[in-house]
Write a protein that binds this ligand. Structure first.
Ligand code: TNX
Length: 476
C-alpha cells in the first residue's frame, strides 16, 4: 500500500531499490511556473535547486507541460531518479506533497493522480477567538500537505470583528477588542491579511473571506450602533442568533458596499462569503430583502458569492452563487430545499455536514475541548465514513463544488487546541474531497499513522485516535 493521504487515484509499486537522498541529490525544474515549487521542495528537503531537464542520477525532476488537467500529476520514484510532471503548478505542488509523504523510504512506485473536487477547503473561525498571522500560516502549512486548496476565514461574528476597514475605525478599535470568555481580542490590518493571502498562495491555497451578515454582527453593532438602530453591549458568550443589522436602513448597504469593496480589493481569489446563517432575529420577509441586496452588492465587486445554505431561501441570488450546506448528513426538508436552490440558480454546493465535517465536535465525551451539538461527538472513523452524494440525492457530482471542514473556536483559545481537534479528522475529510472513492477505514488508518510522522516533525498537535495504531512517537 502506498502510504499517502489523501489516497492517489492509482499507484503501482515498482521493483528494485529505493531512491535515497544523498550529497549529490538535487531538485531540477523545467517549464514555466515550475521554479517556485522546485524552490519550495528544495527548502523542505534541504537540497540544491537547478534549472534543466537532463537525465542524471539522484535528480528529483519537476516538469510542467502546459495542459488542461488542473491539479493532476504523475510521480515516478526509482532507484536513481524521481520525476514529477504536471499540466500546471498546482499539480506539481501536489506531486511534491505526495513525494514528501513517501520519503525518507523512497520505495519505487508509479503514481497517477488528480483531484475529485475543485474546492477542498478548511475553515478557521478567527472571530470567537483570534489567531495571529503566524498561527494562520501554521494552519495553512498543515492543510496544504493534504492537498486542501481553500482556507475560509470566518472574520466577523458577535464576539469580534477581525479585519481593518478604512473609514470604519471603530470596527477594530472597539469591535476587535473582545473574544469568547474575555480572552484577548485582535484583528488583521489589511497588510496582515495580504500577508496571509500571499503565504497561502505560495502553498496553492486560496483565501475565502467571510463577512457574516445580517446576523452574527454584534461586534460591528457595538462599534457602530446606528447600523442596527439600538444600543449594544460587547458580547463574550457563545449563544447565536440574537443580532442583526438594520435591514431597511440605507446606511447598512453603504456600510456593506464599503466593506465588500475593500475585502474584494485585497482578495485575489474568486469568492466572497457573506454568511447568512442563523439570522434568527430577522423576519423572513426582511431576510429575503437583505439576501437579494447584499448578494448583489458582493457580486458587484467582481466576486462569486458564497453563503451558508440559509441564503438559498432567496430565489433572487446572482447566478452562480455557491451554497455551503452545514446541516446533518440526513437533511431536514427546508435545508435540503435551500441548498438545492443554489443549483437551480446556476450555482453549486459546498458540503460541510456538521455531524461529520465540523472539526470542533469532540472526538469522545471525555475530549478536553470541543462541543457536541451536532448529533453528539464525532469519532475519526465517523469523519472518514460519509458520502457527499448521499446527503441530498438530487445533487449530482457535477453540482458539488467540493467539501469544507470548518473549525469553530468557541472552546478553542489556542492554535494547539485547533490542531488537536482538526488532526487527524481533517485528513480523513481531505481524502473524501480528493480521492475518487472512499477507502475502507482499515485502509486509511495505516496511512494516517504514517502521516503523523510529518505532523510530529512539524510540531503539529493531533489526537491519537484509538482507531489507529500510531507509531511509537512522542505523545501529544
Ligand atoms: C453553528 S455553522 C454556527 C456557528 C457556531 C457553530 C458551533 C454555522 C453556519 N453557524 O455560529 O460557531 O455552530 O459549532
Amino acid at each position: 500500500m502506498t502510504l499517502i493521504v489523501p489516497a492517489p487515484v492509482s499507484s503501482t509499486p515498482g521493483l528494485g531499490a529505493a531512491f535515497g537522498l544523498g550529497p549529490a541529490t538535487r531538485v531540477q525544474f523545467h517549464g514555466s511556473g515550475a521554479e517556485p515549487v522546485a524552490r519550495y521542495l528544495g527548502n523542505l528537503l534541504e537540497l540544491p535547486v537547478v534549472e534543466g531537464d537532463e537525465a542524471g542520477s539522484s535528480v528529483i525532476q519537476l516538469t510542467i507541460t502546459p495542459g488542461e488537467r488542473v491539479g493532476a500529476y504523475d510521480l515516478a520514484i526509482d532507484v536513481d531518479a524521481v520525476t514529477i510532471s504536471a499540466d500546471d503548478p498546482s499539480g506539481l505542488f501536489y506531486g511534491a506533497q505526495s513525494l514528501r509523504q513517501l520519503l525518507p523510504e523512497g520505495l519505487p512506485v508509479t503514481i497517477s493522480d488528480a483531484p475529485r473536487f475543485a474546492y477542498r477547503g478548511a475553515m478557521l473561525d478567527v472571530a470567537r477567538h483570534f489567531f495571529p498571522v503566524a498561527d494562520v500560516k501554521r494552519y495553512i502549512d498543515a492543510i496544504a500537505q493534504l492537498k486542501l486548496n481553500y482556507l475560509h476565514l470566518h472574520l466577523t461574528d458577535d464576539q469580534g470583528w477581525r479585519l481593518e476597514i478604512d473609514g470604519w475605525p471603530e470596527l477594530t478599535a472597539i469591535g476587535a477588542s473582545t473574544a469568547v470568555n474575555g480572552d484577548p481580542g485582535g484583528f488583521y490590518t489589511q497588510a496582515d491579511y495580504t500577508e496571509i493571502v500571499e503565504y497561502a498562495a505560495s502553498r496553492f491555497v486560496t483565501i475565502v473571506p467571510e463577512i457574516d451578515v445580517p446576523g452574527h454582527t454584534n461586534a460591528a453593532l457595538v462599534a457602530y450602533p446606528s447600523l442596527g438602530g439600538g444600543s449594544y453591549e460587547p458580547y463574550e458568550g457563545v449563544e447565536v442568533g440574537f443580532s442583526s443589522l438594520a435591514i431597511r436602513s440605507e446606511e447598512t448597504y453603504l456600510f456593506l458596499d464599503d466593506v465588500f469593496r475593500q475585502v474584494s480589493a485585497i482578495t485575489p481569489g474568486p469568492y466572497l462569503h457573506l454568511g447568512g446563517d442563523e439570522s434568527l432575529s430577522t423576519t423572513d420577509e426582511d431576510f429575503l430583502y437583505f439576501a437579494e441586496r447584499a448578494a448583489a452588492l458582493a457580486a458587484s465587486h467582481g466576486k462569486t458569492v458564497i453563503g451558508w445554505h440559509e441564503l438559498g431561501r432567496s430565489r433572487a441570488l446572482p447566478r452562480g452563487t455557491v451554497g455551503q450546506y452545514w446541516g446533518f448528513t440526513t437533511p431536514e426538508d427546508d435545508s435540503a430545499a435551500s441548498t438545492t436552490s443554489f443549483v437551480e440558480q446556476g450555482g453549486s454546493v459546498i458540503f460541510s455536514p456538521a455531524d461529520v465535517a465540523y472539526l470542533d465536535m469532540k472526538y469522545a465525551d471525555d475530549s478536553r475541548v470541543g462541543v457536541d451539538w451536532a448529533r453528539g461527538v464525532t469519532s475519526l472513523e465517523e469523519a472518514a465514513s460519509w458520502d457527499p452524494l448521499a446527503i441530498i440525492p438530487d445533487l449530482a457530482e457535477s453540482h458539488i463544488l467540493g467539501l469544507e471542514a470548518p473549525i469553530w473556536t468557541e472552546t478553542l483559545p489556542t492554535i494547539e487546541d485547533v490542531e488537536w481537534l482538526a488532526f487527524p479528522r481533517i485528513a480523513a475529510i481531505a481524502e473524501i474531497a480528493w480521492s475518487p472513492r472512499t477507502a475502507p477505514f482499515d485502509e486509511l488508518a495505516p496511512r494516517l499513522a504514517a502521516f503523523a510522522r510529518h505532523l510530529d516533525a512539524a510540531g503539529t498537535h493531533y489526537f491519537r485516535a484509538p482507531e489507529v495504531d500510531w507509531l511509537p512517537t512522542s505523545d501529544r
